[in-house]
Design a protein around this ligand. Structure first.
Ligand SMILES: [Zn+2]
Length: 195
């Protein structure tokens, strides 16, 4: 196996960032990086994202077989693999349950993305996904059947966000900007309600 220590550390840092910003709680959320056309480095199932160590991560093939690591991959690895197979430009995926965004998704709504230059630029290529069981093959099938849309943000009704990028940093920017945009929309909505 090659040395993936830099990428592993980076995944752990973004996990910690997701946890400290309240975008994941308990053992929720997961992150993966495409190492090659056949290898994915990902977070393990049932681990808090607060203090994940590089040794906790798992390397899988595109059929979710574990090739290296002591743990089981995330139960949502199938969703990551389906997304990777839609677009060869995607090299990193961050899955979170951002509270402001989730409050919109609970009602099947999308926040207005026209609130800033950043949100207009980074929140394009978005796909609203109906409610499916997390990690299920029906969710993967839905993603694959919408392959031609080349989405970079998958917004799952009553679930959360899968943000993609050429790099972890891009996937993180999409995550952070999506939640910030949702928070601002929430403030606008509540001001409108309160007059
Ligand atoms: Zn989830």
């Amino acid at each position: 196996m090659n040395d993936y220590s830099t990428i592993s550390k980076s995944i752990c840092e973004y996990c910690n960032l997701s946890y400290s910003k309240g975008l994941v709680v308990a053992h929720s959320g997961n992150i993966s990086v495409r190492l090659s056309s056949e290898l994915i480095l990902t977070t393990p199932t049932l681990f808090s994202k607060q203090r994940l160590e590089p040794r906790d991560l798992v390397i899988c093939d595109m059929n979710s077989n574990v090739l290296d690591g002591y743990n089981k991959p995330s139960s949502e690895i199938g969703t990551h693999l389906a997304i990777y197979s839609t677009n060869s430009d995607i090299n990193a995926i961050i899955h979170t349950h951002p509270p402001y965004l989730c409050s919109y998704l609970y009602e099947g709504k999308l926040p207005n993305r026209d609130i800033s230059f950043e949100s207009q630029y980074w929140l394009k290529d978005l796909l609203l996904v109906p409610q499916f069981e997390p990690g299920s093959s029906s969710l993967s099938d839905f993603i694959l059947s919408n392959k031609e849309k080349k989405a970079l943000l998958y917004l799952l009704i009553k679930h959360g966000l899968f943000a993609c990028g050429k790099s972890l940093q891009e996937a993180w920017w999409r995550t952070e900007i999506m939640e910030n945009c949702s928070m601002i929309n929430h403030l606008i909505d509540s001001r409108n309600i309160n007059g």
